[in-house]
Design a protein around this ligand. Sequence first.
Ligand SMILES: Cc1cc2nc3c(=O)[nH]c(=O)nc-3n(C[C@H](O)[C@H](O)[C@H](O)COP(=O)(O)O)c2cc1C
Length: 167
Amino acid sequence: MTVMEAIQARRSVRSYSSQPVTQQELESVLEAGRLAPSARNRQAWHFTAVRDAALRERLMAACKDQKQVGEAPVTLVVWAEDDPLMACGQSASTVDCSIALSFMLLRAAELGLGTCWLGAFDAEQVKEALGLPAQAVAVAVTPLGHPAEQPAARPRKAPAEVWDVRG
Ligand SMILES: Cc1cc2nc3c(=O)[nH]c(=O)nc-3n(C[C@H](O)[C@H](O)[C@H](O)COP(=O)(O)O)c2cc1C
């Protein structure tokens, strides 16, 4: 599968089978994140993969009870050690972790695994559940597992609404 094919195949999956994610699959997904670029190559990020059912229940509660978190055999939390701003004024942690998670979502799609980027979560509850340091930033959460649904592609704006090719 090419990168473009993975981009085209990826969907937000909100229903999962109980089929386990192998350690090899999980580590291959995490490796895609490890290789992602980061501001000044700081790599001040962590990818916490949770298989434990009780802990996933706590994370589901922190994610506004979104059921896909309880259903998928793995919950992945992407978090940063600190929250410095870049010269442009944006959070390096948010940008770095978002790139890393994007890479992981695409690797998961390539492996036939489902994911769903979750932004609707209580960051403090996630930090508490995982025992993260006070200064840590929980940037995103995703379930990871074998899809029990094949969602249709969601609509996207037309190129003319988004692209701005000049000169
Ligand atoms: C930053 C961000 C936050 C999101 N938060 C949630 C969420 O909390 N719950 C959810 O079900 N989907 C969430 N999504 C998934 C979007 O709804 C989804 O990406 C969008 O509808 C496009 O569908 P697709 O991913 O299948 O292409 C989020 C996506 C992003 C990028």
